[in-house]
Design a binder for this molecule. Structure first.
Ligand code: GTP
Ligand code: NA
Ligand code: MG
Length: 295
């Protein structure tokens, strides 16, 4: 509503592209470049969502990244990713050029109306041909700025770290030029489950993206058919968080079960209500499954 108290929030960026074009390596390189010397215990574990800092025009800016798989079987994840993000980074390997899932990802981003930044990756390879990539994408209607279009293309190497700062800058500039990114940080949190798994020691662990409001340790939440109290939250470096505001990804501990990627989470008044809602959702899912089986 109009009198809601809206504050600026970081852009949420989904990284998409054909299998093995370097999405995950690029994100790992961005994250490693962001580790302040002496901070945390080094990065050992890959997670599918995290936030990085960069400086643009002297201001500290944050960007939230979500990784997606490039294998053709994961169409639904790419579609969902582009729908829940503000910007898509399309990673294209400069040696391979445009491939089927490059085009598919481009179409998802277009359908979702999400601005696209192109990372032309593996520029370190001897057979890299970044000009060819620009020509190919122009044919699909994604025209580089330097050709008079409106998409920013950045040649990068996830391997050597070349131009990673330029990529971050292009994302910030694209966000500032075409998006009004604000959210109410004061309300109860709601958002999306990015990925989740069962950890031997810690139980169910869900990486969630807060879309609105602020999530706190101690909050009662429902995530898909799972519920529970947030026992602890960790950031991308394994540091404990006490709260997570809009656009922040966080690993949440304390759920009763492992929710599915893409399911929503909400904060509710107390544990009892969380359990009731989760049980209703579970019953609804069971009924839907049985109905499907009868067909
Ligand atoms: P999927 O998630 O399976 O779709 O793959 P991906 O796009 O995440 O690719 P990934 O990061 O797993 O990289 C695939 C391969 O390309 C790995 O062997 C990387 O080391 C290599 N690679 C990624 N980026 C670069 C780069 O900039 N230069 C070179 N030479 N190799 C790269
Ligand atoms: Na891969
Ligand atoms: Mg990957």
């Amino acid at each position: 509503t109009a009198d809601e108290d809206l504050e600026a929030r970081p852009p949420v960026v989904t990284v998409m592209g054909h299998v093995d074009h370097g999405k995950t390596k690029l994100l790992d390189a961005l994250r490693n470049a962001n580790v302040v010397a002496g901070e945390a215990g080094g990065i050992t574990q890959h997670i599918g969502a995290y936030q990085v800092h960069t400086e643009v025009d002297g201001a500290d800016r944050r960007i939230t990244f979500i990784d997606t798989p490039g294998h053709e079987a994961f169409t639904a994840m790419r579609a969902r990713g582009s729908q829940s993000s503000d910007i898509a980074v399309l990673v294209v390997a400069a040696d391979d050029g445009v491939m089927p899932q490059t085009v598919e990802a481009l179409n998802h981003a277009k359908a979702a109306g999400v601005p696209i930044v192109v990372a032309v990756n593996k520029i370190d390879k001897p057979d890299a041909d970044p000009t060819k990539v620009r020509g190919q994408l122009t044919e699909y209607g994604l025209v580089p700025e330097e050709y008079g279009g409106d998409a920013m293309f950045v040649d990068v190497s996830a391997k050597s770290g070349l131009n990673l700062d330029k990529l971050l800058e292009a994302i910030v500039l694209t966000a500032d030029a075409s998006l009004d990114l604000r959210a109410n940080a004061e309300r109860e949190a709601q958002g999306l489950v990015i990925e989740a798994h069962l950890d031997r020691g810690r139980g169910p662990v869900a990486t969630v993206l807060v879309q609105r409001g602020t999530l706190h340790v101690g909050d009662s939440i429902v995530a898909g058919p799972a519920h529970g109290r947030v026992r602890a939250m960790l950031d991308e470096f394994g540091n404990e968080l006490t709260e997570a505001g809009p656009s922040r990804p966080a690993m949440v501990l304390g759920l009763s079960a492992v929710p599915g990627a893409g399911q929503n989470f909400i904060v509710v008044e107390d544990d009892r209500m969380a359990r009731q809602i989760a049980e209703k959702r579970e019953a609804r899912e069971r009924a839907a499954m049985q109905a499907k089986r009868r067909v």
